[in-house]
Ligand binder design. Structure first.
Ligand SMILES: *Cc1c(COP(=O)(O)O)cnc(C)c1O
Length: 379
C-alpha cells in the first residue's frame, strides 16, 4: 500500500547524517532538533504553536485534556473514521456521539452534527478523512453558534488547504481551536517510529498543553495539573525535518496518482471514483483540498471481498478502511444510537476499497492496478 523504502532512498544521506548527529550529541529527548522541527512545522502550517508528542492518539487526548473537557461532556465525531478518534473521547470519560458522514467525501455530515447537538455538547471532532478537508467553514459556524470547541483530527490531512467562501486559504489543522496529527510512518508526513503533534493558535491553550505533555509540569517538579508523558524523540524529529521540505511535493505526487487512477476508472459504471463530487476533491490544479492519504473507491454490484482477493492474487495490495462503523464496534455500542441515522456509513463500509497510494507510484503500476480492477469488474 505504501513504498517507504523508495522514498527513503531519496533522502537517505540527509537522514543518516542527521541521525548520526543525534547519536553523537546524545540529546535524545527534548533536544534542539525537536525544537527546530517544531519551529519549521509552525512556519509551514502558518500556526502559532506546534506541540510535538508521542503519537497521534496522544495528540487527540492531550488536546481534549487541554480544553478542560469534563466527564459527561458530549463530543460529536464521525462514525466513519479510525477508532483512535472515538477511543480517546471514551478514555477521558467524555461521551462520544457518533454521527453519519457524507457519501461523496466520506467526511462528517453537517446536517448530522446539527441534529446531534444537545445542551451537553462541548466539542466537535472533524476528521479530514483520507486527506480530504472536512467542511470547516460550516463546522466553525455551528461551533460558534453553540459555543463548542472544534478539535481537528488531522492525522490523514497534513498539508491540505481549506478554501473559505471568501477565497481565504488555511492549512488543515489551523482552523479549529486545536488540532492533532500523527507522524506514523505511513501518514503523509511520517517518521520512522511513532510521533504526533498538537497545533493551536491559542497562546493560553498552548501553554496548558505544553505542561500536560510533560507530567503537568510548568516549573520543574511542580505538578499543577494531571498530565501525561508524551514526547517526540530527536531521532524522529530529524527524520521529519528531512521530509518536511518535501511534503508539498509528496502530496502533489499523491494527487497526480489520484488523477491517473481517476482517468483510468471514472468511466466504469460500477465504480465511484473520488471525482464528480460537489467539490473538486483536490483533483483540480488550483487547490489542495485533498492530499490523498488514501485513494478510496466505492464499488457497486461487485463482490468487494472477491475483488480484494483477486487483487491480492495479482500481487496488488488493497485495504478496506473501514470495514465496521464505529457505532457497531463492541466497545462503543450505545443504546441511544438509531440505525436509521447511519445510513451512509452502513453503506460505505460495504462499498469502499482503497488502492495503493504513496509518493513513488509510477504510470506502469497504476496501469497494471487499474487494468486488473477493470478486468474483474467487467467479468
Ligand atoms: C493514524 C490516525 C490516528 C492515530 O495516530 P497514531 O499516531 O497511530 O496514534 C488518529 N486518527 C486518525 C484519523 C488516524 O488516521
Amino acid at each position: 500500500m505504501v513504498d517507504l523504502k523508495g522514498q527513503f532512498e531519496k533522502i537517505k544521506d540527509e537522514v543518516n547524517s542527521s541521525i548520526q548527529e543525534v547519536l553523537e550529541t546524545t540529546a535524545f529527548i527534548n533536544g534542539p532538533r525537536v525544537h527546530q522541527f517544531q519551529k519549521n512545522l509552525e512556519e509551514y502550517l502558518g500556526v502559532k504553536h506546534v506541540i510535538p508528542c508521542a503519537n497521534g492518539t496522544d495528540a487527540l487526548q492531550i488536546a481534549m485534556m487541554g480544553l478542560g473537557l469534563k466527564a459527561g461532556d458530549e463530543v460529536i465525531t464521525a462514525d466513519f473514521t479510525f477508532a483512535a478518534t472515538v477511543e480517546v473521547i471514551a478514555l477521558l470519560n467524555l461521551t462520544p456521539v457518533l454521527v453519519d458522514v457524507n457519501p461523496d467525501d466520506f467526511n462528517i455530515s453537517i446536517e448530522a452534527i446539527k441534529k446531534a447537538i444537545t445542551p451537553k455538547t462541548k466539542a466537535i471532532v472533524p476528521v479530514h478523512l483520507f486527506g480530504k478537508c472536512a467542511d470547516m467553514e460550516a463546522i466553525m459556524e455551528i461551533a460558534n453558534e453553540h459555543n463548542l470547541y472544534v478539535i481537528e483530527d488531522n492525522a490523514q490531512g497534513i498539508g491540505a488547504s481549506y478554501t473559505f467562501k471568501d477565497g481565504r486559504k488555511a492549512k488543515t489543522g489551523t482552523i479549529g481551536h486545536v488540532a492533532s496529527t500523527s507522524f506514523f510512518p505511513s501518514k503523509n508526513l511520517g517518521c520512522y517510529g511513532d510521533g504526533g503533534a498538537i497545533f493551536t493558535n491559542d497562546d493560553a491553550l498552548a501553554h496548558t498543553i505544553r505542561g500536560i505533555v510533560n507530567h503537568g509540569m510548568y516549573v520543574r517538579y511542580h505538578h499543577d495539573v494531571v498530565g501525561v508523558n508524551s514526547r517526540l524523540d530527536s531521532i524522529q524529529a530529524v527524520v521529519l525535518d528531512a521530509k518536511l521540505p518535501h511534503l508539498d511535493t509528496y502530496n502533489k505526487a499523491r494527487q497526480l496518482a489520484a488523477k491517473k487512477y481517476n482517468a483510468a476508472l471514472s468511466g466504469e459504471k460500477n465504480i465511484i471514483t473520488p471525482i464528480g463530487n460537489p467539490t473538486c476533491q483536490g483533483i483540480c490544479d488550483t487547490c489542495d483540498c485533498h492530499v490523498f492519504h488514501q485513494y478510496t473507491l466505492r464499488v457497486k454490484n461487485v463482490d468487494r471481498d472477491a475483488l480484494v482477493s483477486y487483487l491480492n492474487e495479482n500481487g496488488i495490495p488493497s485495504g478496506v478502511y473501514y470495514p465496521i462503523p464505529l457505532h457497531k464496534q463492541k466497545a462503543y455500542l450505545d443504546s441511544r444510537y438509531n440505525e436509521a441515522d447511519f445510513e451512509v456509513t452502513n453503506q460505505l463500509v460495504k462499498d469502499v476499497i482503497s488502492l495503493p497510494m504513496h509518493t513513488e507510484l509510477d504510470d506502469e503500476q497504476i496501469e497494471f492496478i487499474t487494468s486488473k480492477i477493470k478486468a474483474f469488474i467487467n467479468g
